[in-house]
Ligand binder design. Structure first.
Ligand SMILES: [Zn+2]
Length: 330
């Protein structure tokens, strides 16, 4: 019993040392999906509530726009800053996470894909998921040079296919989705089925009134790094116009879709710098953290307790400094 207490204290002690060492390093946390109960790629309500309690107790939570404005004004980082960011625009953020954020009065930044909110598109990883979960056939197929055996389960196939799609041009991926739908003997619905659906503008307005920053994440969620520069500029600027038209002028920030090094470039960063967006984030962490403007790094926000503690208390950042590595946080 005694040793368990000492062990626990030692563990938290270690976290507190890491927190002290990295207090001037903002921890920008990245989330995607939430669920009332089911844990998978989603973070459950119970876990998120415990995470908010930890953040409130030991840190200084703020929106990404708050962080950008503080740095602009003071030329330094606020102590113990934590920013909760959530990507894409799924409705589960409104239903599961927002009530908890409002209850604990923790601000956050929600990056929305405006074409998704408008109901014009749904996100292709979800289309892969829907096809695999509803497939009528178990044949095999070749997509952009790679073979997939459709007799495997949806769980076994999702990541190999999505991982492959992330590494091929948008055009080939669109063609790949058509092939996949044919092989599954299905037709993709025009509008996202319920479990993949987006928030609406009214819900966003309500959240904005309660301290949630609504940030940009393009209109169609393309990989900007691989696009013609004019098309990329349109994706970035139109997202700001869409959000401002619906929700008014506010300080807002931006998030690169997919967010890996190949998904943005110096030219893309320059477009965001010249836009009204105050800052931009990637989807990985490395030693630079928030040192490089318009490419601030993010730490993974997740269901796993151990990984979450490492992100929040700065253990991950210290590891990045020591190892000089990059961690992709999909
Ligand atoms: Zn995204």
């Amino acid at each position: 019993m005694k040793s368990a207490v000492i062990q626990a204290a030692g563990k938290l002690g270690g976290y507190q040392v890491a927190r002290a060492l990295t207090r001037q390093q903002p921890k920008i946390l990245m989330y995607h999906r939430f669920s009332a109960q089911k844990a998978g790629l989603e973070v459950t309500a119970n876990t998120f509530e415990r995470q908010l309690q930890l953040i409130k107790r030991y840190f200084n939570p703020m929106t990404l726009a708050d962080l950008a404005q503080y740095r602009q004004k003071k030329g330094t980082n606020p102590a113990n800053a934590v920013v909760i960011t959530v990507d894409d625009g799924y409705r589960d953020f409104y239903e599961v996470a927002f009530p908890l954020l409002a209850h604990y009065r923790v601000p956050a930044t929600f990056f929305v894909t405006t074409g998704f909110v408008n109901g014009d598109i749904w996100l292709w990883p979800d289309q892969v998921d829907w096809l695999l979960n509803n497939k009528q056939a178990g044949d095999s197929l070749v997509i952009a040079g790679r073979h997939f055996d459709l007799s495997l389960t949806a769980g076994e196939l999702w990541w190999p296919i999505v991982g492959h799609f992330l590494n091929i041009p948008d055009e080939e991926r669109r063609a790949g989705l058509v092939l996949l739908a044919q092989a599954c003997k299905l037709q993709l619905p025009q509008v996202a089925p319920m479990q993949y659906s987006a928030v609406n503008w009214q819900q966003l307005a309500e959240m904005q009134e309660h301290g949630i920053e609504i940030g940009g994440h393009t209109v169609h969620h393309p990989s900007l790094g691989a696009m013609e520069i004019d098309a990329a500029r349109a994706e970035i600027l139109q997202s700001y116009t869409d959000i401002t038209r619906e929700l008014g002028e506010r300080p807002r920030t931006f998030c690169y879709p997919n967010g890996q090094p190949s998904d943005y470039s110096e030219a893309i960063k320059g477009i965001v710098r010249d836009s009204p967006y105050l800052a931009a984030v990637t989807a990985y962490s490395d030693r630079f953290n928030t040192d490089l403007d318009y490419a601030w790094r993010r730490f993974v926000g997740c269901e796993d307790d151990f990984q979450f503690h490492k992100s929040l208390f700065g253990v991950e950042h210290l590891g990045n400094l020591a190892r000089n590595t990059r961690r992709a946080n999909f």
